[in-house]
Design a protein around this ligand. Structure first.
Ligand code: B12
Ligand code: SF4
Length: 621
């Protein structure tokens, strides 16, 4: 009996031990706090599974305009070019929703606002944005987008107003990417900044926003190393990045609502000292996947009614994938013959498409010929080419050696000049032979320019056969080697970034005072866009020149627009059609410090900067 009892106790003990070891945690440990699906509320309120509400974040991407010389925010009844940055950023939200939306139980709404054509954003709009978000039960994140230096003061004023309303605000674009001093100011005002391309840090920004913990600065943390003008930077690989999201509502704001933009590659291998592209996007060319690009073009054409594209790549000829992209576009054009596009390229894209006397055929010739032929087949109507100067000394000074082919400064001036002019003529002729018009970018006020530089440029560019020319006043753009040098040498006479639109004189010049320099600029466009040439261009439909029908139509349209735009004192690339002035929105403060005092005031500024728990950015609405 005793033995039996002992066996029973041992058995029960062993079973208990087995249960402890194997049984209890067989399906994982169950916390007593874990919510259970219960039959009724009576089973216990605490154990009922409550669905977690999805968070909706309304992200505004606002492209600021700039102030005109009378202090009005520049905006127009119609814009001329949809802004590529806005559509790229909208695509980042779309990607986020697809990749993380369900996992993080969040949905990003996108609103894009381009001040140039959607209208200036006044204090009443800022309050309305806040009220509407509250009514709709969404959180707000404000992105001040694609800010160039001439748009920085307007962008800053907008950002300060949003921050004053307690809204988390972040600014991105070339200005903040290239100018740490502005970043520091913005950080001190509670505004975050994004340095470089946001493709692979946008999800980090959203993550931090959802945690209520925006950092002062975001930058590229994953990608490849690319050389710049002076060192190197990290840039994202964009092969599989989502392509710009076409917004049909946005397109209606443009004079031509069947045109849009696309960046198929990023970066530029050259080192021009006045340009910030190499320093912000690097000298290593990165391309999007060609098949996706062609698919995007097909979708744009057949689903959004697009028939004209602006490829905003800094130098499409240097894209590693132009061949596949152009071949694919030529295919789309067979299905939709009205497809046309313009692009930016360097001189060599067309220069070697023919064989000059005494030249031996080489790789550069076959590459150039193929590029020009394919571009024509794919529907290119215009090539924008960076000419910038006729004077080889200026070009060498700016290390723009692709135009002089004289990196080692071996040629005497006359030989170098003849070579540069010969090259430009060849560039134009080869594009024209393919039926494509040529648009030159030209800068006035390089160190070797004198008071007659505008007149000479207007006349010579006309003789060389350029169809359209965009003239710019040499400008020290933040993020460039030139700006750093001029600042060090005390050559910058105007520090108001609003004036860095390349139609204001902001530098000292050895041979010209401010008025002579402005005179040279007006001479240039008056000589090139003379009333006689306007008449000739219209009556002869751009004079033929072997151009395709679309190329001729566009030259006439652009010539008329440039003729009037320059004469109205507006750079054709900065403006739109039919300016509207809001008298209640005149520019107040000019410097950062004035703006900080004006929009934040000491009391509000401190409240936002330090917050009750010492947090950085304003809390969500
Ligand atoms: C196309 C273009 C134009 C077009 C207009 C834009 C369009 N239709 O899209 C035209 C021809 C009209 C034009 C005009 C001018 N332009 Co422009 N233009 C460009 C160009 C070649 C491409 C722009 C682009 O789409 N880039 C691709 C996008 C995706 O890059 P992104 O804008 O930098 O955006 C990325 C990041 O910056 C960041 N980001 C940007 N915003 C935000 C916001 C948030 C919240 C976050 C998180 C991230 C973020 O993420 C984005 C995605 O990766 C650039 C050079 C370049 N490589 O960018 C010059 C460039 C921007 N232009 C420049 C200039 C100076 C001008 C003009 C003043 C020249 C003139 N006098 O005409 C005018 C100004 C007109 C105006 N109102 O904008 C300079 C600006 C330099 C500076 N520091 O200011 C640049 C950099 C060229 C250069 N040589 O240095 N331009
Ligand atoms: S000016 Fe044009 S060619 Fe020169 S570095 Fe800039 S984007 Fe490249």
């Amino acid at each position: 009996m005793g033995v039996l009892l002992l066996v029973a106790v041992a058995f029960l003990g062993a079973s208990g031990l087995f249960y402890l070891i194997l049984g209890r945690n067989r399906y994982g440990s169950v916390s007593s706090k874990r919510k259970q699906i219960a039959v009724s509320a009576a089973a216990g309120e605490a154990s009922v599974l409550k669905p977690e509400p999805s968070r909706r974040v309304r992200v505004y991407f606002i492209k600021p305009s700039r102030y005109d010389d009378d202090g009005y925010v520049q905006f127009y009844r119609w814009g001329v070019q949809p802004n590529n940055t806005l559509t790229v950023l909208a695509a980042l939200n779309d990607t986020y929703n697809k990749q993380y939306g369900a996992r993080r139980n969040v949905y990003l709404e996108t609103v894009i606002w381009d001040e140039v054509c959607d209208g200036a954003m006044g204090p009443e709009s800022i309050l309305a944005i806040k009220d509407r978000a509250r009514e709709d039960g969404v959180e707000l994140l404000i992105g001040i987008a694609g800010v160039q230096s001439n748009q920085y003061p307007r962008g800053r004023d907008l950002a300060l107003q949003f921050v004053a309303q307690g809204l988390p605000t972040i600014m991105g674009g070339f200005h903040v990417s290239g100018y740490p001093q502005s970043r520091e100011f913005l950080h001190n005002c509670g505004i975050s900044t994004a340095v470089g391309e946001a493709e692979n840090f946008w999800s980090e920004i959203i993550g931090d926003f959802l945690d209520g913990n925006l950092k002062p600065e975001y930058s590229v943390s994953d990608g490849i190393r690319a050389k710049t003008g002076t060192g190197d930077i990290l840039v994202p690989v964009i092969t599989d990045a989502q392509l710009p999201l076409i917004d049909d509502r946005y397109l209606t704001r443009f004079f031509n609502d069947t045109q849009t933009t696309l960046d198929t590659s990023r970066g530029c291998p050259f080192t021009c000292s006045y340009c910030s592209v190499k320093n912000v996007m690097g000298r290593t060319m990165r391309s999007r996947d060609p098949q996706s690009v062609v698919q995007w073009v097909r979708d744009a054409v057949f689903n959004h009614g697009i028939d004209s594209l602006f490829l905003v790549d800094d130098d499409f000829f240097r894209s590693p994938r132009w061949d596949e992209i152009l071949t694919g576009m030529a295919q789309v054009r067979k299905e939709f013959p009205r497809l046309s596009f313009m692009m930016q390229v360097d001189v060599d894209a067309s220069c070697y498409a023919n064989l000059a006397e005494g030249e031996k055929p080489g790789a550069k010739h076959s590459r150039s010929r193929r590029f020009v032929d394919l571009a024509a087949q794919a529907g290119c109507y215009q090539a924008f080419v960076g000419i910038e100067s006729l004077n080889p000394d200026n070009l060498n000074y700016a290390t723009k050696y692709q135009n002089t082919d004289d990196r080692n400064h071996r040629m005497v001036l006359e030989e170098a000049r003849a070579r540069v002019l010969g090259k430009y003529r060849r560039v134009v002729d080869n594009w024209h032979r393919a039926g494509i018009s040529v648009h030159a970018g030209y800068m006035l006020g390089f160190p070797f320019d004198g008071p007659d530089c505008g007149r000479i440029a207007g006349r010579t560019l006309r003789q060389l056969g350029f169809d359209i020319v965009s003239f710019f006043i040499m400008t020290p753009l933040p993020g460039t080697e030139d700006q750093i040098r001029y600042a060090k040498e005390g050559q910058i006479i105007d520090w108001d970034f609003n004036n860095l639109d390349s139609q204001h004189v902001t530098l000292k010049h050895d041979k010209m005072d401010k008025y002579m320099w402005m005179r040279a600029y007006t001479d240039a466009f008056k000589v090139f866009y003379s009333p006689w040439r306007l008449l000739h261009t219209i009556l002869t439909v751009a004079g033929g020149r072997g151009l395709s029908a679309e190329a001729r139509r566009s030259v006439v349209r652009q010539f008329v627009y440039y003729f009037f735009s320059y004469r109205q004192g507006r750079h054709p690339m900065v403006g739109g059609v039919w300016q509207i002035r809001r008298r209640d929105l005149r520019r107040g403060p000019v410097t950062d410090e004035e703006a900080q005092r004006f929009y934040l005031g000491d009391r509000r500024f401190n409240a936002i900067l330090h917050g009750s728990q010492g947090e950085f950015a304003g809390a969500p609405a």
